[in-house]
Each structure stands twice: as C-alpha cells, then as structure tokens.
Design a protein around this ligand. Structure first.
Ligand code: SAM
Length: 258
C-alpha cells in the first residue's frame, strides 16, 4: 500500500502523496487541495483525528511556553485557519504578537474570520506567502512554529533555512507533524484507519475523497522522527530534539538558533 518514507536526503519535493511529479509541479497541486478543503478543514481535522489534533496542538504550545510579556513575536507558518496562533496568544495571556503565514488565501480567509469572532485581531496579522520565501528581514521573530504544514512544502530544506534566517539569535523553531508510529499494533490500526476511513469520510463530508488521499499519502512519505531531526540540524539549528505524541502518530520537533 505504501511506497515508503523519504529520508533526510530528500524526495519530498517531487512526491505528491504516492505520485512522483516534476520539480515545480507539487505546490500547485497542494494549493488545489487546500482551496478545496478550506471551508471544511476544521471539521475534517476533528473527524480525521477523532479530536486528537487539539491535544497535540495544545502539547506543542505548552512545549513552546510563550512568555507572558509584550513584545514577543512568533511566526506561524502554514498557519491555515489559525489554530496554533490562537493557542499561542491564549498561552501568552494575550501578550504575544503572532503572524499567521500561509500560501493559500482560502485557508487564511477562514483564519481571519475565526480571529474576528474570537476578538483576537489585535494580536494577529495574516500574510499570504510561501514558506520557501519568507517576506521578512533576517532576525525578526522570537519563535517560528509550523503545524502539519512542512510536509506540504516542496523544498523542505529551503523552508528550514528560511526559518533559521528570520529567527532572532536565541529564537526557537517548533514543528508539529504526523510521524512514524513506534508501537507495533497501533501502526497497523493507524494505517487501516488512514487509508480506508479518512478518504471515505472526506468524500462523505466534502464530496471529494481525493484531497484526503493526498493528505494520508503525504503523511506516509514524510521522513521519520530521526531523519527529520537531521534535516533541522542541517539547517543550522542546535539542541534539536523531538517528542512523540500518541505513539508517534504525531511528533513535535524543537531546535534553537544559538
Ligand atoms: C494541513 S494544513 C495545516 C494548517 C494549520 N497549521 C493547522 O495545524 O491546522 C497545511 C497548510 O500548509 C499550507 N501550505 C502548503 N504549502 C505551503 C507553502 N509552501 N508555504 C506556506 N504554506 C503552505 C497550506 O495552504 C495549508 O494551509
């Protein structure tokens, strides 16, 4: 069923799920997926993960532990509908300034609407841009976060270098992503759920299962915890470490620009 994970040496740039595509062809296909799913994205996240994504996002933000003072700036890349940025602002007791960056205007539009409803517009700004080419000066942010986004970015090495560039010295990189399950029975149950149930639920809820097949396949292709940690270190980050959540279904990776 699966064609195996890519390694630290690369391969994600030309892998659109299990399909091989030309360099430069992946991003438009990914954009199409998120334009299609934007309006149902939050509902589908709950259905696909049985609500678990909320727990993993809370755990990631708890690990980030944003300071409760003004002037601290975080960039949430591939921030989509704002889940991570909203949590960070709440954890900073309303003090953090968060920039939500995403390549997809449809996802950001949902995020903006949610921010208005939550009364959080003062703390947030939304920027439509590519993680591979961040429109910010060097050493701008205290933290860079990215949740369930990096596997969708074609040139992960370039995105990691950009993360390093825009962080201030002493800044923190934190990435949440689906990863490799390290519990024997859980891995089979998870694979069966992913490949059978998720595209079907996607089709029922949105009328189109294809975007969800891509999401599941892209998870199966993404480098495992150790290989991804090696990529983060190669971008220049130090003290790289990771934490598994739910037996490795998801993992958070941390690194510091020192
Ligand atoms: C699975 S969603 C994650 C959204 C949000 N971070 C969350 O955890 O709910 C992945 C997001 O990555 C964005 N994305 C894909 N490629 C990107 C790129 N090259 N630069 C910035 N964002 C990108 C998509 O538009 C989408 O909003």
């Amino acid at each position: 069923m699966s064609v195996g994970r890519t390694t630290a040496a690369g391969g994600m740039e030309t892998s659109y799920g299990f399909r091989q595509v030309g360099a430069g062809d992946k991003q438009p296909l990914v954009n199409d997926v998120f334009h299609k799913v934007a309006n149902r994205y939050d509902l589908m996240n709950d259905l696909m993960s049985a609500g678990m994504h909320r727990i993993w996002k809370d755990a990631m933000v708890a690990w980030l532990n944003p300071p409760k003072r003004t002037g601290w700036k975080v960039l949430d890349v591939a921030g989509g509908t704002g889940d991570i940025a909203f949590r960070i602002v709440a954890a900073s007791r309303g003090n953090a300034q968060a920039t939500v960056l995403d390549i997809n205007g449809s996802m950001l539009a949902v995020g903006r609407e949610r921010a208005e409803k939550k009364g959080l517009t003062e703390n947030l700004d939304f920027v439509e841009a590519n993680a591979e080419e961040l429109p910010f000066a060097d050493c701008t942010f205290d933290a860079y976060t990215i949740a369930f986004g990096i596997r969708n970015v074609p040139r992960i090495d370039v995105a990691l270098s950009e993360a390093f560039r825009v962080l201030k010295p002493g800044g923190r990189f934190l990435c949440l992503e689906f990863s490799e399950v390290d519990l024997p029975l859980l891995d089979r149950a998870y694979e069966a759920w992913s490949f059978n149930a998720i595209p079907r639920i996607g089709k029922m809820v949105t009328g189109d299962g294809e975007p969800y097949s891509y999401l599941v396949e892209s998870i199966a292709r993404f480098p495992n915890q150790q290989n991804f940690a090696a990529m983060i270190a190669r971008a220049g980050f130090e003290r790289v470490s990771f934490r598994n959540y739910s037996g490795g279904i998801a993992a958070a990776h941390s690194g510091w620009k020192l």
